[in-house]
Design a protein around this ligand. Structure first.
Ligand SMILES: [Mg+2]
Length: 363
């Protein structure tokens, strides 16, 4: 099952509305880098990754084109662990995470898509087949929304079938975060799962203060209260703040997760396969969490993550992300009464609409 060919394309995708969080400011675009692998029998596997605000998109494409192509073309597509290791060591001196993990992710996802197609199985079943229905939440990117718009968005999410919602926090005045979270709690009722995401905005002291205030809103979790590098800070926020902590979208290797899970008291490890190096390391983080009696959740690329959460026994919520690709996917993710259903099409089942993407192509 030799890999005959690799094609990589980079798109700059405009968001339908400008979105904001506490560290990226206003976000009008994201980068989508798509890899297509073709094997000797003519099968095609598709993988993709993304970056926020289109930053780094052309660098990811170049890493794949200049370096990862050589690591996989001509190799046996069935030996995914070996190919992943080859990619990791090829980029190690400039990598060990960061952009290298984004580039590896696109290739790794394409390899798993090929594996599923070859087996005639959807990824969720190929990878373990625990339960094809996964609890999903709407990930609002709404920090700058006036309160009424935030509540209106929540009503829309509920009408659209969501039974859990995440909102942004980290406004200039911390009191407004608390007021907004309590207004959401009031609107949604006491039993509705509500999360809040600070996108690394706070110092440890501020995060502890915020978490103590937010206790009243009865959050499922408080996400990324502080920078990912401050592992001890995460532990302090978890213990002194008294709210379960989620983190992981800014971690780019299994080793970083091991450190955060072991020393950071994170209750909801949140790997994003697109920023972590693909399906292969995502599953390792899920197993690591399982071994520590923790759930695993996800960030971004929900059309892919639905398979992974459906595969493993310790799945928590699937994030349905604001950077959805629905406009460019033939059959976007289906949602019923708060549950996302992993499709039964072979591989990941995501068919991109290349004609619709064409006008956004870069380079
Ligand atoms: Mg987040």
């Amino acid at each position: 099952m030799k890999i005959q060919d690799l094609q990589v394309d980079h798109y700059r995708i405009p968001l339908p509305v400008v979105l904001s969080d506490s560290t990226h400011g206003d976000i009008s675009h994201f980068a989508l880098v798509v890899v297509r692998l073709r094997d000797a029998e003519g099968r095609e596997g598709t993988g993709y990754t993304y970056t926020v605000g289109n930053i780094g998109g052309s660098a990811v494409r170049a890493l794949i084109d200049d370096d990862l192509r050589e690591a996989v073309v001509g190799e046996d597509s069935r030996r995914i662990e070996r190919l992943w290791e080859r990619m990791w060591w090829r980029l190690h001196f400039v990598g060990r995470g960061g952009l290298a993990s984004f580039a590896m992710a696109a290739v790794d996802v394409a390899l798993w898509d090929l594996a599923g197609k070859r087996a005639g199985e959807p990824l969720w079943r190929l990878l373990g087949g625990h339960d094809n229905r996964v609890r999903a939440y709407a990930g609002g990117i709404d920090l700058q929304f006036p309160l009424e718009q935030l509540l209106e968005q929540a009503r829309g999410f509920v009408a659209g079938g969501f039974r859990a919602i995440k909102m942004k926090v980290g406004r200039d005045r911390m009191r407004e975060d608390l007021e907004r979270a309590l207004a959401m709690r009031e609107l949604l009722g006491p039993d509705f799962p509500l999360m809040a995401d600070a996108n690394m905005r706070w110092s440890v002291a501020d995060a502890i203060r915020a978490a103590r205030g937010l206790r009243e809103a009865d959050l499922v979790w408080l996400e990324e209260p502080v920078i990912p590098d401050d592992v001890a800070g995460h532990a302090r926020v978890a213990v002194e703040g008294g709210v379960p902590i989620a983190a992981g979208e800014n971690l780019h290797s299994v080793h970083e997760f091991e450190h955060l899970i072991t020393h950071g008291r994170v209750a909801f490890p949140e790997p994003d396969l697109a920023t972590l190096g693909g399906v292969t390391p995502w599953l390792k983080v899920a197993r690591l969490a399982e071994a520590r009696n923790l759930p695993v959740t996800s960030h971004g690329v929900h059309d892919l993550h639905v398979h992974l959460l459906a595969a493993v026994p310790n799945a928590s919520f699937l994030e349905v992300h604001g950077f959805g690709l629905d406009r460019f996917i033939r059959q976007p993710l289906a949602l019923h009464e708060g549950l996302a259903v992993a499709p039964d099409r072979p591989g990941h089942g995501v068919e991109l609409e290349y004609e619709a993407l064409a006008e956004h192509r870069q380079g």
